[in-house]
Design a protein around this ligand. Structure first.
Ligand code: ADP
Length: 250
């Protein structure tokens, strides 16, 4: 689904991504791991159109998508989850979901604001869809809660929920488990697996928790120093000497 060819992203003289090439297979839940500073987030930001690459190419189903802005990628079904913006934290969870089709398409709060009239017209349908999403994610009980009051894990589920308000094909998730308790981490893992199996989502997930990665990701791609160091099943990766060395070296 996604191919990254010899991608470079330099910040001044620093090569954060330094010739990375990888594939994300359609229908997979691909894990992306590596020591801090390996270039994982920068790679995500380049693929998702948040940073222009210095050189290299990204294709989606064979089509060159290098450097396309986030809203263009959004229309192709490529989404990167992002934290709930401050402006949206005082809105309820359900309202946050109902805003997505308008807000993400334009990527600005202004567009979402201007779209309010249209949102009102479509309100019943959007509300139904939002409630279905909350049911799917097992957080229907917080529908009327302010988004800012959710726990870290519930916020992650809401971020995942936002991808379900539109027709996502591939979703990039950054640090799903950071600061999330075990129970909710399991709920998030289940939601990812169900979205993958039942709705055909492809995922690429950056995560440090190897239990989480081993449980849901295949394959796992390891980055170090801006390059791809290894790829394989979680078991293979955990036995790979170059990988062990890269982690010990930091
Ligand atoms: P990872 O996600 O694997 O921890 P990052 O992609 O966040 O790695 O960072 C890779 C390297 O690039 C780090 O050393 C980081 O300091 C550097 N870096 C990231 N963004 C910038 C930036 N905007 N300007 C300068 N250096 C950056």
């Amino acid at each position: 689904m996604i191919e990254v060819h010899d991608l470079h992203k330099h910040f001044g003289g620093f090569h954060a991504v330094d010739g990375a090439s990888l594939r994300i297979r359609k229908g997979s839940i691909t894990g992306l791991i590596g020591p801090n500073g390996a270039g994982k987030t920068t790679l995500f930001n380049v693929i998702a159109g948040r940073l222009p690459p210095t050189s290299g190419r990204v294709t989606m189903a064979g089509e060159d998508i290098t450097g396309l802005p986030p809203h263009a990628l959004f229309h192709k079904g490529l989404l990167r989850t992002f934290q709930i913006a401050h402006e949206f934290s005082s809105m309820t969870v359900r309202e946050n979901l109902m805003m997505v089709p308008a807000a993400q398409a334009g990527e600005s709060l202004w567009n979402a604001w201007f779209a309010r009239g249209r949102i009102r017209q479509e309100e019943a349908a959007l509300r139904r869809k939002a409630d279905e999403v909350l049911d799917f994610l097992t957080i229907a009980h917080v529908a009327d809660e302010r988004a800012g009051n959710l726990s870290g894990g519930q916020k992650k589920l809401l971020e995942l929920g936002r991808t379900m308000m539109v027709d996502a094909r591939i979703v990039f998730l950054d640090e799903v488990g950071a600061g999330v308790n075990r129970t909710l981490l399991n709920t998030i893992a289940d939601a990812i697996v169900r979205l993958n199996r039942e709705r055909g989502y492809t995922f690429c997930v950056i995560e440090h928790d190897m239990d989480f990665i081993s449980r849901i990701c295949d394959p796992v791609i390891v980055m170090a120093q801006g390059k791809v160091l290894a790829e394989g099943s979680a078991q293979e990766i955990l036995r790979n000497e170059a990988v062990i060395e890269a982690y010990l070296g930091t």
